[in-house]
Design a binder for this molecule. Structure first.
Ligand code: ZN
Length: 336
């Protein structure tokens, strides 16, 4: 058993609680009965809702994606720097775990899903591929999704569109994706390249069943009313983020402009092993971070700790992420 040091203050609080219980009468046995309760594996359902002006966002998880030993994915930063940054933030040193936070946006006229998770791929283990189950928990029918807006064609973003038999999980949806990414990741010739083979095979499994239902995204244009595309190449050739706007409110869906709230945010010049062009990715990252921090735009980061909704502020030569507190009950404004 691990030894735990209890301060004198906590010990005193403990005895005060016992005294309180006996004073209440008949409650003395309660603590003992609770201690015998079996450990529960039940967790909170993995969806979270908040408004963006007149729109409603529901964040749904596809499950955590463990990348393994950090120095295999973080480049241009020493192992010592990685270890210090992680331990200073009480994070484990043996594996970087990325979340997968997907937005379902209800604009009142369209129901749009942003990216689609890993789907049937088990490349990163079996903690991923939870999107459909979590959509169900959130009361969202995949058949009612009108649009799937994809930031890029990597395995963890377009991976959840169709199964291995070519059946579409979102039978009525239009898929939106940059043409350059579509061409790059569905390119048959890359199937013979050991490095990209698995990514290309999975992109083809997921995108080809939507032939005729794919609309190519144009930089600066609205993908659907209220959702503007912004090309930020580097992570992939056609990597795109989206600015969601309703009335005076907005949210920037930052996709893979950063994968980690510390290693690629407080140290934004770190390069990520899965970037197609890591130098261009750093340039795009700094441009987006500056936009978000200087205009105080709320962000939704696909790979940040659940649910990935928060803010960025400049800190030294990097940026610091501030998670937005989750709000489960709307507190009415105070009357004057
Ligand atoms: Zn990703």
């Amino acid at each position: 058993m691990t030894e735990v040091t209890i301060s004198r203050r906590n010990a005193l609080l403990g005895s005060a609680a016992t005294l309180g219980a006996s004073a209440a009468g008949g409650l003395i046995g309660l603590g003992a009965a609770e201690a015998k309760a079996p450990l529960s594996k039940l967790q909170a359902p993995q969806f979270y809702r908040f408004p963006i002006g007149e729109f409603q966002a529901t964040i749904v998880s596809d499950g955590p994606l463990p990348l393994g030993e950090p120095s295999t994915s973080m480049k241009g930063i020493t192992k010592d720097e990685i270890a210090k940054a992680l331990s200073d933030n009480f994070l484990p040193l043996d594996s970087v775990v990325l979340e997968q936070n997907l937005i379902v946006l209800n604009t009142g006229s369209r129901l749009a899903l942003f990216d689609s998770g890993m789907g049937t791929s088990k490349m990163f283990g079996d903690t991923t591929g939870k999107l459909l189950a979590n959509l169900r928990l959130a009361g969202i029918n995949p058949a009612s999704i009108d649009d799937v807006i994809c930031s890029h064609a990597h395995i963890d973003h377009t991976g959840g569109l169709a199964d291995a038999k070519g059946r579409r999980f979102f039978p009525n949806a239009t898929i939106h994706l940059a043409k350059s990414d579509y061409d790059f990741w569905t390119d048959e010739k890359k199937l013979s390249d050991a490095n990209s083979k698995a990514f290309v095979a999975h992109a083809r499994q997921n995108l080809l069943p939507y032939k005729g239902r794919i609309k190519f995204i144009e930089d600066g244009k609205d993908v659907i009313p209220g959702v503007q595309a912004m090309a930020v190449p580097g992570h992939t050739v056609g990597h795109t983020i989206f600015i969601i706007k309703s009335g005076a409110k907005s949210l920037v869906y930052t996709a893979d402009i950063t994968h980690h709230q510390i290693l690629l945010t407080e140290k934004p010049r770190t390069e990520f092993a899965y970037d197609t062009d890591p130098k261009a990715a750093v340039v795009s990252r700094l441009k987006v971070f500056d936009m978000i921090a200087s205009q105080k735009l709320p962000m939704l980061a696909y790979h940040f700790p659940w649910p990935g909704y928060g803010h960025l502020a400049k800190q030294g030569d990097g940026y610091r992420y501030y998670a937005e507190p989750m709000e489960f009950v709307k507190i009415p404004p105070k009357k004057a």
